[in-house]
Design a protein around this ligand. Structure first.
Ligand SMILES: [Zn+2]
Ligand SMILES: [Zn+2]
Ligand SMILES: [Zn+2]
Length: 102
């Protein structure tokens, strides 16, 4: 485990791709928490969710940095370095109310 993330240059200002996990919304699956990719704006679900779409997105895209996307969070995580990042000064605003199928 590294002490610091070396991928902060991949953090962009992104527009979230959906109000909830893109893939779960399509399949009407549930999620527990949302994660936003800070490279491309993909919204996926966390590892406590049945489908773990955020981690799948990282494996498919190699985009290293996600942001917690359930309000108000403001933290990030680098999958490669396995370190938390403070994004509170550059958090992504919510698109709108997060839909739930629970
Ligand atoms: Zn990193
Ligand atoms: Zn999902
Ligand atoms: Zn991405």
């Amino acid at each position: 485990m590294a002490d610091a993330c070396t991928h902060e240059d991949s953090i962009r200002e992104v527009t979230p791709s959906a109000r909830g996990c893109e893939e779960c919304l399509n399949t009407r699956s549930r999620w527990v928490h949302l994660r936003l990719c800070r490279t491309c704006g993909h919204v996926g679900c966390c590892d406590d969710s049945p489908n773990r779409h955020a981690t799948k997105h990282f494996h498919a895209s190699r985009h290293p940095i996600i942001e917690g996307y359930d309000p108000p969070e403001g933290w990030g995580w680098c999958y490669i370095d396995e370190v938390m990042l403070d994004l509170s000064d550059r958090a992504t605003p919510q698109l709108g109310p997060i839909p739930r199928y629970v």
